[in-house]
Design a protein around this ligand. Structure first.
Ligand code: PLP
Length: 364
């Protein structure tokens, strides 16, 4: 059993992917160009947003968004304490300050009730992560932001395609949203890649310039930018995978349902809020007996992972922020109890039963 199965996915789409890769190789065009533009247009249409801007990674997508918002040294940006480090790392790269907020014990997303009390005269915005595949509470987060004149970025690296509040879509809930096409994400490329989504034409224009060395015309540089371009090979591969993405998400949902049924009562299963869907980037459960369960799963050759073992406020890289450990009780507990089970569209029913039986065994 594999934790994710990129080989099986490649086998299924092999002919289409090989053909498109060979077309790009034959075109001789390896930076920017029509293949990239076409994928951006498809991606924007898929989300229903005006602009999708492809870039070199999910991390660059976040960095470019903050650069477009003109973040200055000393600005404070509110972020969840429980996420992949990139969400807060980019804030520090611009010499701004990430202000960590504890999470909701059910969804593992930022606890929107704790945001207001962290806002100071230096706060510029909020980056909320839609963790494991389900959107954060953007109704509340956007309301707080409007009230305090802050921007909101959705870090949708794990939620591309998720539905929020019945009919809204992840990546189209905030002025800027970002995603990642890292191979292990549900829509992954064959290397690094990312995208930024916005309905705002000013941000669209500025981000496109920033990701190409701040260059608005050949060798004319309007801003200090970066080399943050996506290459057309990745765009071509992603365009094939995007065609199959809804079907894959449907399969993931079926697998999550099987897990839910089999694991109910054994561990704390994921909580999806009414009106929301998850794209199940991770199927993450909680148990006080995590170590015993993981040991038994590994003994039976079932791969597991921990997303994430250490809260951001406890990372050495952020020790200079001198956060108070007691401010983050939920993240502290969750980091000790969560673990993620194999999740990909091609898992079989028997795999899920094997995982569930193994967990049952570990607990008896
Ligand atoms: C994967 C991920 C990122 C970073 O994406 P890369 O493409 O690896 O740079 C950022 N935020 C979250 C929540 C992620 O899961």
């Amino acid at each position: 059993m594999n934790f994710i199965d990129l080989k099986e996915q490649y086998n299924r789409y092999k002919q289409e992917i090989n053909r498109t890769v060979l077309d790009v190789l034959a075109s001789g065009r390896f930076i920017m160009g029509p293949v990239l533009t076409e994928f951006e247009n498809r991606l924007a249409a898929y989300i229903g947003v005006k602009n999708a801007i492809c870039c070199a990674s999910g991390t660059d997508a976040l960095l470019l968004s903050l650069m477009a918002l003109d973040i200055q040294p000393g600005d404070e940006i509110i972020v969840p304490d429980f996420t992949f480090i990139a969400t807060a790392e980019v804030v520090c790269l611009l010499k701004a300050k990430p202000v960590f907020v504890d999470i909701d014990a059910d969804t593992y997303n930022i606890n929107s009730n704790l945001i207001q009390q962290k806002i100071t005269h230096k706060t510029r915005g909020i980056i909320a992560v839609s963790l494991f595949g389900q959107c954060a509470n953007f109704d509340k987060i956007n309301k707080i932001a409007r009230h305090n004149n802050l921007f909101v970025i959705e870090d949708a690296a794990q939620s591309l395609g998720a539905v929020y509040d019945n009919n809204k879509k992840s990546c189209n809930l905030t002025e800027i949203a970002t995603t990642s096409f890292y191979p292990a994400k549900p829509l992954g490329c064959y290397g690094d890649g990312g995208a930024i989504f916005t309905n705002n034409s000013k941000y669209n224009e500025k981000i496109r310039i920033l990701l190409d060395h701040g260059q608005h015309e050949k060798y004319k540089h309007k801003y200090i930018g970066i080399n943050g371009r996506m290459d057309p090979l990745q765009a071509a591969i992603l365009q094939i995978k995007l065609k199959h993405y809804d079907e894959e998400c449907r399969l993931r949902t079926g697998i999550a349902q099987l897990y839910n049924d089999a694991l109910q009562g054994l561990v704390k299963i994921p909580v999806i809020k009414p009106g929301n869907s998850s794209i199940w980037t991770q199927y993450t459960v909680r148990s006080k007996k995590r170590e015993i369960i993981i040991k038994h799963l590994k003994k039976n050759n079932i791969p597991v992972a921990i997303h994430y073992p250490i809260p951001l406020h406890k990372q050495e890289a952020f020790s200079f922020l001198a956060n108070k450990d007691s401010d983050f009780p939920i993240t502290n507990t969750v980091c000790k109890e969560v673990f993620s089970l194999p999740m990909h569209p091609f898992l079989q029913k028997k795999d899920i039963h094997k995982v569930a039986d193994c967990i049952k065994e570990a607990l008896t």
